[in-house]
Design a protein around this ligand. Structure first.
Ligand SMILES: NC(=O)c1ccc[n+]([C@@H]2O[C@H](COP(=O)([O-])OP(=O)(O)OC[C@H]3O[C@@H](n4cnc5c(N)ncnc54)[C@H](O)[C@@H]3O)[C@@H](O)[C@H]2O)c1
Length: 234
């Protein structure tokens, strides 16, 4: 295990494994997104993508005191989780005019911080019409308030076409990106888990023995059977 002395942390007794496992990646990523977005108390925050990362970004924004947090996706079960577990408001983009809703729910200005967490490239490639990651990024850039911050999470293939650069300059937007979470946040997040501020076990939708890992990854990749995360037990 490379760098085990750097990347291993004691898990508080009050945190069970199904909760703690999310401190490894999705929770610190969501936390970092809100740090890069400089989310402040009273802000309106919009998140594209209600996977584990999007949901934990939304929860991080709530914990930082955002006045409203809105999460955009199309999967009903994920949007229900957003409502039940993060304290954020779900927006189903198949049924809603997202741009208009975001404007309305942010006093007509647009969200202060927009985070794009719309899924790994392999899942997107199989994901049908909304496979195009820049769709969400474009929507975020257009929705964000003047002088707001847009944060892009995760790996990309490196190049995108038709990026609305003029809007970035016209609206004085700050654009930030991140691919790896910060391990320094892990102990703080474990403490929040121990205090029940951060609950993640609902994201472990599938529990499988390690031998079924390929099946678990396939469920995750295709978002099949309501899979948000498959957790493997050795
Ligand atoms: N440290 C990091 O920076 C880090 C760590 C883990 C994951 N990530 C990245 O975060 C992103 C999200 O990861 P995840 O595991 O939650 O992914 P996921 O595939 O489980 O969820 C992504 C969600 O985005 C939604 N989506 C797709 N296109 C959309 C659109 N145009 N508008 C609104 N919603 C849309 C999908 O319906 C899906 O529910 C990925 O890009 C991943 O690479 C980054």
């Amino acid at each position: 295990m490379p760098y085990a002395d750097v990347g291993a942390f004691p898990v508080p007794d009050a945190v069970d494994d199904d909760r703690a496992v999310f401190a490894a990646d999705a929770a610190p990523t969501g936390w970092l997104a809100t740090e890069l977005g400089a989310v402040r108390p009273g802000d309106v925050v919009a998140v594209w993508g209600a996977g584990a990362v999007g949901q934990l970004t939304a929860r991080a924004a709530v914990l930082r005191g955002a006045a409203r947090v809105l999460v955009v996706d199309r999967y009903e079960e994920r949007l229900r989780m957003v409502e039940r577990h993060s304290g954020a408001e779900p927006l189903d983009y198949r049924r809603t005019d997202v741009a208009a809703e975001l404007r309305d729910r942010s006093g007509g200005r647009g969200p202060d911080v927009c985070v794009v967490a719309v899924g790994s490239p392999p899942a997107d490639r199989f994901g049908g019409r909304h496979a195009d990651r820049p769709d969400a990024l474009r929507e975020a850039v257009h929705a964000c308030r003047k002088s707001g911050v847009v944060v892009l999470l995760g790996g990309t293939d490196g190049f995108v076409d038709a990026f609305p650069l003029g809007t970035v300059t016209e609206r004085r937007l700050t654009l930030r990106g991140v691919r790896r979470p910060d391990l320094r946040d892990v102990p703080m997040l474990l403490d929040r888990m121990a205090r029940d501020e951060l609950r993640t076990e609902h994201l472990a939708t599938h529990r499988l023995p390690l031998a079924q890992a390929p099946h678990g990854y396939a469920l995750f990749r295709h978002r099949a059977d309501g899979c948000v995360r498959a957790v493997f037990t050795p």
